[in-house]
Design a protein around this ligand. Structure first.
Ligand code: MN
Length: 237
């Protein structure tokens, strides 16, 4: 036992032929992919990342975890919030949607500290009954360096996120969707200059999410969001 809190980290399902350099006979095999920087952020904050297998029912691992990190990735299937799809830029991965909704529901049932990043924020909103703007080019900075902090974010005073980040800041922006209608029990507590929602939190549960990517920024080892997650998880464990 290390005593370090265990933070479950979600990934995505790919096929062997989507991996550069994989051999042809493995083309049809399923591969689970986890961007290492999320796990590094958890490690640097004092936790241990646990990459969650997509095929396992969360009921079988959630009560071993102390916290959860819902990560970035493809668009959530708009059918989940009752809308027709308006974009095929990042096609939905329904298996992952199912898995992460089950992980989030289990985290809610256990009051586990939970952080959402990018798609993770959007998943928290959709799971709570909210909707998304499906294509917002002004935030899709896919041509910028990933560490370039090119738009501002301001925080609602008195919110959990304002307590975590203290001051307004500049952030990177690698998302083409944003929150439209907020889900039940959620508060929008961080905003870009154009009023897009950049952060939200739950009114009563330890759930916080941001739309930018702190795991890609050079300040990651000292990022207060990873610290909040690991500290909240440690208090619980
Ligand atoms: Mn943005």
């Amino acid at each position: 036992m290390t005593g370090r809190p265990l933070i479950g980290v979600t990934g995505r399902r790919k096929r062997g032929d989507q991996l550069v350099g994989n051999i042809a006979i493995l083309a049809d095999f399923a591969v689970d992919v986890f961007y290492a920087d999320y796990g590094r952020g958890v490690l640097e904050a004092g936790g241990v990342p646990v990459f969650l297998p997509i095929d396992v029912d969360p009921v079988d691992f959630m009560d071993h975890l102390d916290g959860v990190l819902l990560t970035g990735g493809a668009d959530i299937d708009p059918a989940r919030y009752g809308h027709e799809s308006q974009t095929d830029a990042f096609p939905p991965e329904p298996l992952r949607d199912d898995h992460e909704c089950a992980v989030l529901q289990a985290a809610i049932d256990l009051s586990l500290p939970t952080v959402g990043i990018c798609r993770g924020l959007q998943l928290i909103n959709v799971h709570a009954g909210g909707t998304l703007h499906q294509d917002v080019p002004a935030h899709a900075g896919f041509d910028h360096p990933t560490a370039k902090e090119w738009h501002g974010v301001s925080f609602e005073s008195g919110s959990v996120l304002a307590g975590i980040y203290t001051d307004d800041r500049r952030v990177n922006s690698l998302h083409h969707q944003t929150v439209d209608r907020l889900g039940a029990g959620l508060r929008a507590t961080a905003f870009a200059e154009d009023a897009s929602i950049e952060g939200l939190e739950h009114e009563s549960l330890p759930i916080v999410a941001v739309q930018w990517h702190p795991e890609m920024l050079p300040g990651r080892p000292d990022d207060p969001l990873f610290a909040w997650l690991v500290e909240a998880a440690a208090e619980r464990s």
